[in-house]
Design a protein around this ligand. Structure first.
Ligand code: VAH
Length: 316
């Protein structure tokens, strides 16, 4: 049975990936770590406070728990990264470099998510290919693409089993995202339930790829469980599920809540970032190499998001 370490378990992906992996591999086989004391992550299984920039501490946890698989989820996201690019580079690349080195020295497999943010304005916008021009214009995207190249380097030079997906914007009803350009696609559901209105920071007609958290979690597991002989690519697979604009998601909510209202107060930083990213990805390689197939579309996700958020707020 795998022995898994999650670095950055307190974030949007990590908090749900921890419980998801524990259900599959057993509570005691998934060690959750974060630089904050996220005690709730330790209720069902082992939790350790870990600053991902401390390689010695990471290696010590890997040795103590006989870890064979690391999920490194540490990242300052796109919009927050533009406010402090130097810190974003230091944190994102420091955590990744440590994860790569610990994986190399302790013979661990390593999963590190990339993002649609790894593409830039010179990448083809529609049906963005797996292998194409990669000239990201955000520090987040530069970190993600550099991470992809480092992951491939560690695989080819040292044989480290590094794997990665380019996540779209992840939508979840559990942990709120923080500092991302796609956060609006989560906030809109909360505001629809809380106030019935939402002021959107993204222009009405800007497409971005999105994915529902259950599909994102399943993709992590399915990729890491794939026979390595089947992988032509590793870092990092395009992953597609749905692509929509604020106008489209607003209309989907209005089908269920006719009184819902949305207006716009466009954030220039988020606008520039969103417009630099693809409209939709081609994920043929993920489908062919490891059987990727999304199970959630905008309609089904909207029903599920509104239902869970209403339950959270005790709203009928
Ligand atoms: C962001 N949610 O908005 C992240 C993600 C594809 C977007 O990487 O920065």
């Amino acid at each position: 049975m795998k022995k898994i370490l999650i670095v950055g378990a307190g974030g949007q992906i990590g908090s749900e990936l921890t419980s998801h992996l524990r259900k599959i591999y057993g509570d005691s086989n998934v060690v959750a770590t974060d630089m904050r004391d996220c005690r709730e992550l330790g209720e069902a299984g082992p939790f350790e406070v870990l600053n991902a920039l401390d390689a010695t501490a990471m290696a010590s946890i890997v040795a103590r728990y006989h870890i064979d698989t690391i999920f490194n989820l540490v990242a300052l996201l796109s919009a927050v990264g533009e406010r402090n690019p130097q810190m974003a580079w230091s944190v994102n690349m420091g955590a990744l470099n440590n994860s790569l080195e610990v994986a190399r020295q302790h013979h661990c497999a390593l999963f590190t998510p990339s993002s649609i943010g790894a593409f830039g304005p010179s990448s083809p916008k529609d049906g963005t290919p797996q292998d194409t021009i990669m000239q990201p214009t955000t520090i987040y995207g530069i970190c993600k693409y550099t991470g992809e190249m480092l992951g491939n380097y560690y695989h080819h030079k040292y044989g480290v089993d590094t794997r990665s997906v380019r996540f779209p914007g992840i939508i979840s009803n559990v942990t709120l995202p923080g500092g991302g350009t796609t956060d609006y696609a989560v906030e809109i559901y909360y505001e629809a339930v809380r106030s019935g209105r939402f002021t959107c920071p993204i222009p009405s007609d800007v497409y971005m790829d999105m994915i529902y958290m259950p599909d994102a979690l399943r993709a992590c597991v399915e990729l890491m469980e794939t026979d390595p002989a089947k992988l032509v690519h590793r870092n990092s697979f395009n992953l597609a599920s749905m692509s929509f604009t604020p106008e489209i998601i607003c209309a989907e909510i209005k089908k269920r809540m006719p009184g819902f209202k949305m207006d716009y107060d466009v954030d220039p930083v988020k606008k520039a970032i969103a417009e630099s990213w693809p409209n939709s990805l081609d994920d043929t390689c993920a489908r062919e190499e490891w059987g990727w197939k999304p199970e959630w579309d905008l309609s089904r996700m909207t029903d599920d998001m509104l239902e869970h958020i209403r339950l959270k707020f005790g709203v009928a």
